[in-house]
Design a protein around this ligand. Structure first.
Ligand SMILES: [Mg+2]
Length: 250
């Protein structure tokens, strides 16, 4: 193993079109008060454990261990219920994702997850969309930071520690590519010395991801051959967008 690709989930592999947020809101309404709201919270690229704390505080409830534990459990139950009611996928797989994952698996390229989702809800989103969480090793989830408060920036080191523990390999950070749709994904790669691939299938544009410092920026994963080359060789594949700070006068 000389390379590892770590995928974000939401707006990188799939979009749930608000199903996750709706399940969190419904959990809050069931547990805490019928007016429970998620309005005004920023979700993209954030860690679920921090979102639950912010949601409780926004609605006037203490983020105690008991409240957070109950909230997390109920969120999982609401997402399961939503999935059952729909009788189909919880979201839409983004262009090229099935093909890219299939190619990487066929090539034997090690791939993992680095996501703000809790394990049980992140895995549910993936499975409901036909993506098997078992394809990804290591999988680093939103509550896997060893620090308080947790930050996404802590998670790449967790991934490297798991590679070391499971495979006995000291993989250098620069051999890790982190692919995600927000400046949070880009920053967590940069501050850890990892390579960053931004994909503009969320709320951020290619230019915004380039400005955040992404090494390569993709519109989506639809150009399968080029994307696989970018992910497996470390090349830019001719797909990058110039950073504003690298282009004076823009
Ligand atoms: Mg995302």
């Amino acid at each position: 193993m000389d390379r590892l690709i770590l995928f974000d989930i939401d707006a990188t592999l799939l979009v749930t079109s608000g199903a996750g947020i709706a399940a969190m809101r419904d959990a809050g309404r069931a547990l805490f008060n019928p007016e429970f709201t998620t309005d005004g919270l920023e979700f993209a690229g954030r860690l679920d454990p921090l979102l639950l704390v912010e949601m409780l505080e926004l609605n006037g409830h203490e983020p105690t261990h008991a409240n957070l534990t109950a909230f997390r459990e109920r969120y999982g139950a609401e997402l399961h219920a939503l999935s059952a009611r729909r009788g189909g996928p919880l979201g839409t797989v983004l262009p090229g994702v099935h093909e890219v994952l299939g190619r990487l698996r066929a090539l034997g390229t090690p791939m993992g997850l680095l996501t703000g989702n809790f394990e049980e809800t992140g895995a549910l989103k993936l499975r409901s969309c036909g993506i098997d969480p078992a394809w990804f090793e290591p999988a680093v989830w939103g509550d896997d930071s060893p620090h308080q408060p947790p930050r996404r920036d802590h998670l790449p080191r967790v991934a490297l520690a798991r590679v070391k523990k499971r495979r006995g390999i000291d993989l250098p950070a620069e051999r890790v590519t982190i692919i995600g749709d927000t400046p949070h994904d880009v920053r967590c790669a940069r501050v850890n010395g990892c390579r960053s691939v931004g994909v503009a299938t969320g709320k951020y544009s290619r230019q915004q991801l380039a400005d955040a410092g992404a090494d390569v920026v993709l519109a989506d994963l639809g150009r399968v051959d080029a994307v696989v080359e970018v992910l497996t060789t470390g090349s830019a594949g001719g797909l990058s967008v110039a950073r504003r700070d690298a282009a004076p006068g823009l």
